[in-house]
Design a protein around this ligand. Structure first.
Ligand code: NZQ
Ligand code: ZN
Length: 398
């Protein structure tokens, strides 16, 4: 196992009816900006519950900013950041999924980058984003009410921002962006369309894979945790498809998705975010849902990199899919595990090839160009996935 520091200050408040806890969790004299997405928080009544809880105690001033898109847009977020300054906001409360949470983290980080006229500098915010927001040293406090289990944003300090005009979807990370708390009420996930539920299961699955499927470093805790999370997602993913109102399943999916990307299973082990980085370009060029880009790319990553990932692929086959037939050669075992993975994604109604989303080989060149433009030229746990490797991965995904 490699050396590591693990730090995670996020208070998780989990369970039915826990939104009322906001009256205790948000400072009583705060000037709060509630941020939300395209309307689901209003439609489902969550926004009203949130406002009621904030009004239940103290003397908070509450403002609202709605309209944060799925794949949150840079330009929209800067409007929210301007609102933060205009109203002297000192607490941002994000109500929604990964997009609202990520977007709100970015707002919290860049709100102080103001011009002389008090508005947030577009240029400085862009510079911050292309530097992963690493150098920013202040942020507005932030809390979250999560309405879709998927990204892990509720318990991590990262995010991904989309800037359509520049055809860029870029990640950032800064410890100041850890939420102070996140409320996870599984009931809130019952209003999700099936497509978003399946997307969430797949996103969490691939998060675990990106931290697991590299090479062994004898990290027994991380490996065993990762394998358990994968097995839970496979089992519960299939259950939720058949029984969407099964609350116990919703609870387990919600907590698993959080555990998949709160840093724990990624400590002290090599990681490989190749699938995500190629996936981001697919979203930015073709507006494909984040998780669906991942289910398209991951099987091809596994096939293309099967030599360098051989030991972990065999461990994955054995411990996650119970493929224990010792008569088979390694290649056959690995291919079986990849096919099982694809079948699992298909069972959830997710695409596993470019063809499944009506793209052809012609889509590959522009994606590779975008990877180059975004300096994604040394991906993988060995930093050896250059543009040729990414091209071959995409060719396998046709
Ligand atoms: O916008 P509204 O109207 O709220 O609708 C949303 C949106 O259309 C809807 N929704 C959310 N909760 C709902 C609901 N509809 C009904 N009932 C509810 N309870 O679901 C749609 C998708 O929401 P979104 O927030 O986009 O989904 P998700 O949580 O999957 O987030 C995806 C974003 O997170 C980024 C992705 O790149 C993508 O931009 N990621 C963030 C990560 C992180 N911070 O660590 C890691 C991930 O790899 C991921 O990249
Ligand atoms: Zn993801």
């Amino acid at each position: 196992m490699n050396n590591f520091q693990y730090y995670n200050p996020v208070r998780i408040v989990f369970g039915e009816g826990q939104i009322t806890q906001l009256s205790e969790l948000v400072p009583t004299d705060a000037r709060v900006l509630i941020t939300y997405g395209g309307g689901s928080a209003q439609r489902t009544g969550t926004l009203d519950e949130v406002k009621e809880a904030l009004a239940a105690s103290g003397s908070r001033d509450v403002f609202e900013f709605g309209g944060i898109e799925a794949n949150p847009e840079f330009t929209t977020l800067l409007k929210a950041a301007d609102m933060v300054n205009e109203h002297n906001i000192d607490f941002i409360l994000a109500v929604g999924g990964g997009s609202v949470l990520d977007g709100s983290k970015f707002v919290a980080l860049v709100a102080s980058l103001t011009e002389e006229d008090g508005t947030v500098s577009r240029e400085q915010a862009w510079d911050a984003l292309i530097s992963y927001c690493k150098n920013l040293d202040s942020a507005i406090d932030l809390g979250a009410v999560l309405t879709i289990p998927a990204t892990g944003s509720e318990m991590n300090s990262g995010g991904v921002i989309n800037y359509s005009e520049r055809q860029a979807k870029l990640p950032f990370g800064n410890p100041l962006a850890f939420p102070k708390f996140s409320i996870l009420d599984p009931i809130k996930t019952l209003t999700l369309p099936e497509r978003q539920v399946m997307n969430g299961v797949a996103d969490a699955f691939v998060h675990v894979m990106e931290q697991y499927l590299t090479y062994p470093v004898n990290a027994k805790v991380q490996d065993a945790f990762a394998e358990s999370l994968l097995k839970i997602l496979i089992a519960e993913g299939l259950v939720v498809k058949q029984e969407p109102n099964n609350l116990e399943t919703r609870k387990n999916i919600m907590w698993t998705a959080t555990m998949a990307l709160n840093g724990l299973i990624g400590t002290g082990v090599p990681q490989d975010w190749t699938t995500h980085m190629i996936g981001h370009e697919l979203t930015s060029l073709h507006s494909i849902d984040h998780a669906r880009t991942l289910t398209i790319v991951l099987p091809s990553v596994m096939r293309e990199l099967k030599e360098s990932k051989k030991e972990k692929l065999l461990q994955y086959a054995r411990n996650v899919w119970d493929i224990t037939d010792t008569d088979q050669n390694d290649d056959t075992i690995i291919e079986t595990a990849i096919v099982y993975t694809e079948n699992f994604f298909r069972d959830l109604g997710l695409p596993v090839s470019l063809e499944d989303v009506d793209l052809t080989e012609e889509a590959i060149d522009p994606i590779v160009k975008q990877l180059e433009a975004h300096k994604m030229v040394k991906l993988g746990e060995h930093g050896k996935n250059d543009l040729d490797v990414s091209r071959r991965i995409l060719q396998r995904a046709v």
